[in-house]
Write a protein that binds this ligand. Structure first.
Ligand code: FES
Length: 669
């Protein structure tokens, strides 16, 4: 457990050997000498009807001298056993604890709770190397290699074609002698059939190896420090992407490269510096040496991917949006100026297409539409929405140019999500009065104590999820028509409807400053949501489906959006509301999966090859879907699941210009 794999073994089989035979990865740094403590397990006792066995403590060999020695020296938790030194004597349910924690200084941080089976690309192998002698001319590395082969082949690891990094050749001899010929070798092997490489060597027993999983977003960079030996995330940190100073959105950064000699170099240096700062932060938080970081995985949209790797992204700014490389990229971290162990390796996930990057690939890996029968729609909303739709049999992907409106840009009172920004809105359909909630406070504006909290932060704008809510609530309250026109006739009923040049606005917040939703704001959201929906609908056409089973919102914007309001506005197609979920930084989770398990690397490489890429700009139907999707929630699509929980207003059709005058009414068909 928790993998659930089972098998039959002769009494006397070491539990570590049984686990290996079943394909369950249990770490072993010392090769079963009973000194590293990495192979710990726990026995569950009782009657397990599900497995049809009775597991009892008598069915594992008694505590032996190796375990006793380890327990005396290193403090083995009660109930824990060393799987290399204990044998099977009868039926057993064996638990592999997620938190095998050997070094006391490691701070554990709450993980996202997802279980990732480990099969990392880095192995630590303790080895005792024969000393040189006059009669044996083999070099130190060759004797080390021969001993590694001898000790580890029987344990299922094949180090036959081991190579050594050049930087290690120069320090190999002092390390062997400092360690008195007892050393721990860090070996990188990305695939079962690829050449292993000795990338680091430590004197004596070295019992920790760390990895970094990182999502380079155009706005923020998120980094996780993960123990490669236990799979635990021990520190997480994030920072704003410093490239923002070269351009807010992706296209302005591409323009910066095109217009400024040295612009690409400056942005590459900026992002790598930020990554090195983050590495310093996570290491100091977890009290880990950066030199113990041996493997790293990175994801990002195509432009971030190129700038990080030092590739000019100009080609991504114009059709046909050619990537310099779409397959995975592997290289030493030192080539990217990352301040970690000089032998550390980098794995960059593959990109799906010119506008659908390694971040979308990582989110796909995390959410797994390709692993299930149900049709899943996975949407990452940013300035460009990345959309993946599919299941086990077929998956398609596209991007849609939503623009920055969902992130609060282009909206008169829009702002980034920060304390004090309005994030929740309710409008009374009778009085048209509004109630709001702000980031940083649990209280609604009509509740006692809100005033003080509002004063603490100051209310300065509406964040992305708040904008979705206010426009959806305005629609539900009848303030805006299905065509997105603010109904000026309501000015007679409420002083919150105010004239604004030739159109009308809604006063959301009466304060200093007063926050209003203008007709232009509504139009900006309509354009953004129509682009998103048209992209989704195009993929549904390609799949020849009329509905999806599940919807996942990835990314920061998706984390706070209320699925009901997203559907009221027609951002996404109709779906049972309980099947619409925000999954947060799914790209970061995918990066972590690729860090901890090489099989996940092969899985996403193969999946990306199979995903059908759709270029929305080339599809004639995009425009038709776009026009239909300008209406709220949509001119032609129905939303039966949504209407089970929300009463949508009657259609108020618009027949002329957006002058905001009252329109004739007709029933919904
Ligand atoms: Fe090292 Fe068991 S493998 S203690």
């Amino acid at each position: 457990m928790p993998s659930g794999k089972r098998g039959r073994f002769s009494p006397g089989t070491p539990i570590l050997d049984a686990a290996r035979e079943l394909g369950v990865y249990v770490e072993s740094v010392c090769g079963g000498r009973g000194i590293c403590g990495r192979c710990q397990i726990e026995i569950q006792t009782g009657n397990f009807a599900k497995h049809a066995i009775v597991s009892s403590a008598e069915n594992i060999s008694p505590f032996g001298p190796k375990e006793q020695r380890y327990a005396d020296k290193r403090d083995l938790k009660p109930g824990r056993r060393l799987s290399c030194s204990s044998t099977i004597q009868g039926d057993l349910v064996v638990d592999i604890p997620a938190d095998v924690q050997v070094n006391a200084q490691v701070v554990r941080k709450a993980d996202d709770g997802r279980h990732i089976d480990r099969n990392p690309a880095i192995h630590l192998c303790y080895v005792e190397v024969p000393e040189p002698d006059m009669h044996n001319p083999l070099g130190d590395f060759d004797r080390l290699k021969a001993q590694l082969e001898k000790d580890w082949t029987s344990k299922g690891l094949n180090w036959q074609n081991l190579t050594i990094d050049h930087h290690l050749l120069t320090s190999l001899q002092p390390i062997l002698r400092n360690g008195k010929w007892k050393v721990t070798a860090a070996i990188h092997q990305d695939g079962e059939n690829t050449s292993p490489a000795l990338i680091a060597l430590y004197p004596g027993l070295h019992n920790e190896a760390y990895g970094i999983a990182c999502d380079i977003g155009s706005t923020t960079i998120a980094m996780h420090l993960v123990s490669l030996l236990s799979g635990t995330t021990i520190a997480t940190s994030g920072t704003a992407n410093p490239q923002i100073r070269f351009g807010e959105d992706l296209m302005s950064r591409v323009s910066y490269v095109m217009m400024n000699p040295g612009g690409r170099e400056a942005m590459t240096i900026a992002v790598r510096d930020a990554l090195n700062d983050l590495i310093g932060q996570v290491c100091s938080e977890a009290k880990v040496e950066a030199s113990d970081i041996l493997d790293m995985t990175f994801v990002g949209n195509p432009i971030m991917h190129h700038l990080f790797l030092g590739i000019d992204p100009t080609e991504l700014g114009v059709a046909p949006f050619a990537l310099a490389v779409s397959s995975r990229v592997q290289l030493p971290a030192s080539q990217l100026d990352l301040q970690v162990n000089p032998g550390a390796r980098v794995y960059v996930l593959p990109c799906i297409a010119g506008h659908v990057g390694a971040d979308a690939a990582a989110a796909t890996l995390a959410e797994g539409p390709h692993r299930q029968d149900d049709l899943m729609l996975l949407v990452d909303v940013g300035t460009n929405a990345e959309i993946v739709l599919g299941n086990k049999t077929r998956t398609v992907a596209a991007s849609s140019p939503t623009g920055p409106a969902f992130e609060g840009a282009e909206i008169s009172c829009g702002q980034r999500a920060a304390p004090g920004a309005i994030e929740r809105v309710r409008i009374d359909p009778q009085t048209l009065e509004s109630r709001v909630r702000i980031i940083g406070s649990e209280k609604w504006s009509d509740e006692e104590g809100f005033e003080e909290e509002a004063q603490k932060f100051g209310i300065t704008g509406v964040c992305g999820s708040g904008i979705i809510e206010v426009i959806a609530e305005m629609f539900l309250a009848g303030i805006i028509t299905t065509d997105g026109v603010i109904d000026g006739s309501l000015a007679e009923k409420s002083d919150r409807i105010i004239a604004n040049d030739r159109t009308w606005s809604y006063v959301l917040w009466r304060g200093e400053p007063q926050l209003t939703i203008t007709q232009t704001d509504v139009r900006a959201i309509q354009l953004a949501k129509a682009a998103l929906y048209a992209g989704i609908r195009l993929l549904m056409d390609k799949m020849e489906i009329a509905a999806v089973d599940q919807i996942r919102f990835a990314g920061a914007f998706g984390s706070f959006i209320d699925p009901k309001y997203a559907m009221v506005l027609g951002l996404i197609p109709d779906c049972q509301l309980e099947n619409v979920k925000a999954v947060g930084n799914a790209a970061g989770v995918g990066a972590k999966m690729a860090l901890l398990n090489r099989d996940h690397r092969r899985e996403i490489e193969q999946t990306v090859r199979q995903i059908e890429k759709i270029e929305t700009a080339l599809e004639p139907d995009f425009q038709r879907h776009f026009v239909n999707a300008m209406a709220l929630p949509n001119k032609v699509e129905s939303f039966p699941e949504l209407e089970k929980v929300v009463k949508l207003p009657e259609v108020k059709e618009q027949t002329g210009e957006d002058d905001g005058r009252p329109r004739r009414r007709r029933r919904r068909p």
